[in-house]
Write a protein that binds this ligand. Structure first.
Ligand SMILES: Cc1cc2nc3c(=O)[nH]c(=O)nc-3n(C[C@H](O)[C@H](O)[C@H](O)COP(=O)(O)OP(=O)(O)OC[C@H]3O[C@@H](n4cnc5c(N)ncnc54)[C@H](O)[C@@H]3O)c2cc1C
Length: 451
């Protein structure tokens, strides 16, 4: 006999939210106090603020500051329950979601579903690049990168061979979007400012840092002018920016790319390769899209109706990075506003006084985008307004501080930023072997099991 699907006692409208990231958490919090029971399911036990992952990867702040426990965030919300498990199946006809945590499996029955499981790294069909060029989508990724970066400096201290030292001190970042640019800027700061005088046998400022992208400019969403300014700021930090550079191979030793302008092929040898070139929506988007008979785009995003519902299913909402609507970008604000919108529509539906069946289109309010290039230099684009330099940097700090969850995390982040600004040092550059090697060892072990 199989257990009946779970639903909370009391018979209230049951909202299942898959994913406690930017969109899912916003939806759950918006439903606080409403006449619904919420089950928020996430395979991670923390709510990750991805825009500051690169600061973890470069030792500026620690992991806990951008990844508070989701359960504790919901502590004061009586109508919400958190489940730490991976959703492996969704059946939108029988209105069930299956979630697994190791040997525990539980099936949940919902009245409304909000799908908010985000996106992962995409290697555009070249998944084998991942072994040598990790991406940066999770805390594990950021900690692995930090370990690889700092380990390279430590090993460079031990070698007497100049060629080997050059290999160890060569960093190749693929993808000049906001993540790639921010990470590149911080690696340059580590090499040229933070660590310059801490090694005896070499100077970290001899590091070579390459930023590659197939596009003709850095940061395409920011437009040509800001792209040019950002490129100049990176070059001032010593970064070698190579545009129109389509990466064709990544292996243990090197990255090969084709210059799209003249078809010439180039190979860069370096110990540290980092991938920040593409994203693919959570596979759950395709699963739901196929069941609902709606289109899923090349990046795996499920098409939604204007109100964020999926196909004929007026109780299934897709939000954030996995939703395909009006070419909206994969940004935290899109996810958070989408979560709040879905929550508002659900609350209106269950409101006993409401007699209207009318729905409301999602109207995204673009508050602008920003990226940090280096200490004291950021770019901001808000409609036609463009800000660069120190003012942009202050705006970035203020805004990101506002969106960090928890007073303590904000305070610690400010202390860390101030420490780095005034003293150069970073408090979080400890590394462990587990962080550096575990991902590939686990991947290889599971491949062996499958054989
Ligand atoms: C490094 C980096 C930097 C970024 N910088 C910026 C920035 O500066 N500004 C900006 O606006 N945006 C930025 N973004 C994009 C922004 O973070 C995303 O657009 C936003 O997080 C999307 O929200 P979401 O709720 O759709 O997904 P996410 O926030 O990614 O949340 C998805 C959640 O679903 C969970 N999940 C996934 N699959 C399952 C499953 N099968 N079962 C259970 N749980 C699951 C995940 O664990 C995760 O917690 C950045 C992204 C990255 C990776």
């Amino acid at each position: 006999m199989t257990d009946a699907p779970f639903r909370p006692n009391g018979g209230r409208h049951h909202v299942v939210i898959v994913g406690a990231g930017m969109g899912g958490l916003a939806a759950a919090q918006k439903l606080k106090g409403e006449n619904v029971d919420i089950t928020l399911i996430d395979k991670k036990n923390h709510h990750l603020f991805q825009p500051m992952l690169y600061q973890v990867a470069t030792g500026m702040i620690s992991a806990g500051e951008i990844a508070p426990s989701t359960r504790q965030l919901l502590r004061n919300q009586d109508n919400a329950n958190f489940v730490n498990a991976e959703v492996t199946d969704i059946d939108i006809k029988s209105q069930t979601v299956t979630a697994v945590n190791d040997e525990f499996t539980r099936v949940f029955e919902y009245d409304s579903l909000i799908l908010a499981s985000g996106s992962g790294q995409s290697y555009f069909g070249n998944d084998h690049f991942a072994e040598f060029a990790p991406g940066m989508k999770s805390l594990d990724d950021a900690l692995e990168l930090r370990s690889r970066i700092i380990s390279a400096f430590e090993k460079a201290e031990l070698t007497d061979d100049p060629k080997e030292r050059e290999r160890l001190l060569t960093f190749i970042i693929v993808g000049a979007g906001p993540t790639g640019v921010e990470l590149t800027g911080q690696i340059a700061e580590l090499a040229n400012r933070t660590l310059t005088d801490v090694y005896s046998n070499f100077s970290t400022s001899s590091a070579k840092i390459y930023l590659l992208d197939g596009a003709p400019q850095v940061l395409p969403p920011f437009g040509k002018r800001l792209g040019r300014k950002s490129q100049r700021a990176l070059e001032k930090l010593g970064v070698d920016v190579r545009l129109n550079a389509m990466v064709t191979d990544v292996n243990e030793e090197s990255v090969t790319y084709k210059n799209m302008k003249d078809d010439s092929e180039h190979t860069l040898t370096g110990a540290i390769k980092i991938w920040s070139a593409g994203v693919a929506a959570s596979p759950l988007a395709r699963l739901v899209g196929e069941q609902a008979g709606v289109e899923v785009d090349r990046a795996g995003r499920v098409s939604t109706n204007e109100d964020l519902t999926v196909g004929e299913y007026s109780n299934v909402y897709a939000i954030g990075d996995l939703m395909g609507l009006n070419r909206l970008p994969g940004l935290a604000q899109v996810a958070m506003q989408g979560g709040a919108h879905a929550a508002k529509l659900i609350a209106a539906k269950v409101d006993e006084e409401s007699t209207s069946n009318e729905t409301e289109a999602f109207d995204y309010f673009d508050k602008g985008t920003m990226a940090i290039i280096s200490r004291g230099y950021a770019i901001v684009k808000m409609g036609k307004t463009e800000i660069t330099g120190f003012v942009g940097w202050l705006a970035w700090l203020g805004l990101h501080l506002m969106y960090l969850q928890g007073f303590r995390n904000r305070l610690v982040a400010v202390v860390n930023w101030a420490q780095n600004f005034f003293t150069r040092s970073r408090s979080n550059i400890e590394i462990t072997k587990q962080q550096a090697y575990a991902r590939n060892i686990i991947d290889n072990a599971s491949k062996q099991e499958v054989k």
